[in-house]
Design a protein around this ligand. Structure first.
Ligand SMILES: [Zn+2]
Length: 377
């Protein structure tokens, strides 16, 4: 029985792939013992870039940033085979770094001998020495021929995944996507944390600027609406509802015109300008009913009293997000659609007006004197 089991295991290994040069795990395609790999355009430093952590899709900014384009061009030039593949043009394929512009699919098919050899060389080179070159390129993980390898779990080698028999999926860190890693620049960079979401579970404001401080604690939604988040490219039934509310052409698809209209709506109503139909935006568009609001049951005067008691010892300012901002917006008498718990430019203008009316300095920062002024109104 035991021998039979061993035979079965060996058979599975032989079918599923090959034993790698290190003999530690299976690989998606045969790996050469001495891969040729890619040639860096600069002299590489001794130090390696920090191991990229898994950072899932956070925004919708599909495209081909510098690091993705440079890797694609170098891979195609080096191996001269396989298709250039897609960099995403929409954001509705489920959670995927493609939507952030942080992924590339190299179209190499396991059924094509030349492409299979090229894939083996690239992946062997990328993952060798505990993923040295993945770190230098800022690559988080790769998926090929039903297996996944992640630099942040490199000790586990190639693990089961699915599909991807006609391409290699490559996901990048923000540093990698932007082309700032040592492979391209010759210098190890600080970790770029990318855009941060203001509300937990909601998308971030797209940004092309690196950010070197980690994201703060994500804030629970202060207003809820049952509609699901709809992203660029979506054909969900709710898209046409939004198009009607936004008074734009009802194309039934979340197209570019919808993105512009959503951004304009978000700017006008003090929402994080994500360009997506996220939950705060849905809640703002349906102000009277079907929203669940943390300030429910309070009027402006009660909100001011609650704010003074609860937030009098802290300060709120531009981009402050959460319950405090929601109570501030109610106390300021802002319109329901603009009370989203996000301290944006509409709130800022209302705060400055309050300060002017109350004879306070127009700092735009809300502390005890501002709450006191609100309770006195
Ligand atoms: Zn992909």
């Amino acid at each position: 029985m035991r021998r039979l089991l061993l035979v079965a295991v060996v058979a599975v290994l032989c079918l599923g792939g090959v034993v790698s040069a290190e003999g530690a795990s299976t690989t998606p395609v045969p790996f050469p013992a001495k891969p040729v790999g890619l040639k860096a355009p600069v002299k590489l430093p001794t130090a390696l870039d920090a191991t990229p952590a898994y950072v899932p899709q956070i925004s919708c900014q599909p495209g081909t940033p510098a690091g993705v384009a440079k890797l694609r061009d170098l891979v195609l030039k080096t191996y001269g085979t396989g298709g250039a593949g897609n960099t995403a043009r929409t954001c509705n394929e489920g959670t995927s770094e493609h939507a952030d512009g942080r992924a590339w699919d190299w179209m190499v098919n396991v059924k094509d001998a030349r492409q299979k050899k090229a894939a083996g060389d690239f992946l062997a080179w990328l993952t060798a020495n505990h993923g040295e070159n993945a770190k230098r390129l800022g690559i988080m993980y790769v998926i090929h021929n039903k297996l996944i390898w992640a630099v942040y779990r490199e000790k586990e080698g190639w693990r089961p995944s699915s599909g991807h028999t006609d391409h290699i999926h490559i996901s990048f860190s923000w540093n990698g996507a932007r082309g700032n890693t040592s492979f391209w620049t010759g210098a190890v960079q600080k970790v770029d944390h990318g855009p941060c979401a203001y509300f937990a579970g909601q998308p971030a404001i797209p940004s092309l600027t690196p950010r070197f401080t980690p994201c703060g604690k994500q804030i629970s939604l202060v207003r809820k609406h049952p509609n699901a988040i709809a992203l660029f490219g979506s054909k969900a039934k709710t898209v046409v509802t939004a198009q009607a509310l936004l008074k734009i052409k009802q194309t039934k698809t979340f197209d570019q015109a919808t993105t512009y209209a959503v951004r304009d709506y978000q700017r006008a109503h003090d929402l994080p300008v994500t360009g997506m139909l996220d939950v705060p935006t849905w809640a703002s568009m349906f102000p009277a009913k079907a929203t669940n609001d943390v300030t429910a049951g309070y009027n402006a005067k009660q909100a001011a009293a609650y704010g003074l008691k609860t937030y009098g010892g802290t300060t709120l300012r531009l981009t402050s997000t959460g319950k405090g901002s929601a109570f501030l917006q109610l106390a300021l008498g802002m319109k329901p659609a603009d009370r989203n718990g996000y301290f944006g430019v509409v709130t800022l203008a209302a705060v400055k007006k309050l300060q002017a009316d109350a004879g306070l300095q127009q700092t735009g920062i809300v502390g005890k004197p501002e709450w006191q002024a609100l309770t006195a109104r």
